[in-house]
Design a protein around this ligand. Structure first.
Ligand SMILES: Nc1ncnc2c1ncn2[C@@H]1O[C@H](COP(=O)(O)OP(=O)(O)O)[C@@H](O)[C@H]1O
Ligand SMILES: [Mg+2]
Length: 258
């Protein structure tokens, strides 16, 4: 079964699905995002890579307004992100987010974790939400765990549930912030395989990860960040074999030789 990816409604003006233009953000004195211009097309998979503290998580969080920005503009599917209110809740649910820590509700079953948003935010009936949740749990390979609680699952299984939960909202774009960095090595590939499948099915994805294998298998572009800036953008093969900037070369030498 393939993922049901939201219908690609082509806009006559060819608007990118996600666009950041002139984005600047400060945390007090810290200029954490500096003049970010980034466009992500429908169906595109962008890997964001860079040293710790370079602003990758903040970038993700601004895209669904978990963080505000001081300058610039962010649009999702041509719509500017509103400051607050109902509009924001709707636009935010167009952006699925998967974090390093799985953030499942500990006192709800796996099935309840996946149906909660569709029922509360999307107004789906319980039956409809459960049917869709079971399909998604099957697709990420954890359908047998539907009635268990998060603590009864491995980290890799929990992260796959987190992916199913985000997909259940029928997002237009999925953001992943280091989704495998809290996992034991043997569980990393089961999560990455699900993400590769999603990419192949045409989901628009922004993925913060240092997993070069994933970048090579699934990414259209690598965006390298350092010090709050996008320093370099390239296709994965070019980035990993022939980075242009000294900062990217230095970073790659560290992650390759650790
Ligand atoms: N809520 C916050 N308040 C103040 N500083 C923050 C906050 N969140 C992140 N930072 C700082 O912003 C910088 C970028 O952080 P982050 O976006 O988490 O980087 P990355 O994900 O690339 O490691 C870091 O110096 C971090 O300490
Ligand atoms: Mg981070």
């Amino acid at each position: 079964m393939a993922f049901r990816v939201p219908q690609v409604t082509s806009r006559p003006n060819g608007e990118p699905l996600v666009r950041l233009s002139g984005v600047n953000k400060w945390f007090g004195e810290l200029h954490v995002l500096q003049d970010i211009d980034l466009e992500i097309a429908r169906g595109e998979v962008v890997v964001v890579i860079g040293p710790s503290g370079s602003g990758k998580s903040t970038l993700c969080r601004t895209i669904n307004r978990l963080e505000s920005i001081e300058q610039g503009e962010i649009t999702i599917d041509g719509e500017r992100l509103p400051e607050e209110g109902k509009q924001l809740a709707r636009l935010r649910s167009d952006v699925g987010m998967v974090f390093q820590s799985f953030n499942l509700f500990a006192h709800k079953t796996i099935l309840q974790n996946v149906t909660l948003g569709p029922i509360k935010v999307r107004g789906k009936s319980k039956a409809e939400a459960e049917q869709r949740a079971r399909e998604l749990l099957e697709r990420v390979g954890v359908s047998a765990q539907a009635d268990k609680y998060p603590a009864q699952l491995s980290g890799g299984q929990q992260q796959r549930v987190a992916i199913a939960r985000a997909l259940a909202m029928d997002p237009k774009v999925m953001l992943f912030d280091e989704p495998t960095s809290a996992l034991d090595p043997e569980m990393i590939s089961e999560v990455l395989d699900v993400m590769v499948g999603l990419a192949r099915d045409g989901m628009t994805m922004i993925v913060v990860t240092h997993e070069m294998g994933f970048a090579r298998r699934a990414a259209n572009r690598v965006v390298f960040m350092d010090g709050g800036r996008v320093v370099e953008t390239a296709d994965p093969e070019t980035f990993f074999t022939a980075p242009r900037s000294d900062r990217a070369k230095d970073f790659l030498s560290k992650i390759l030789n650790h």
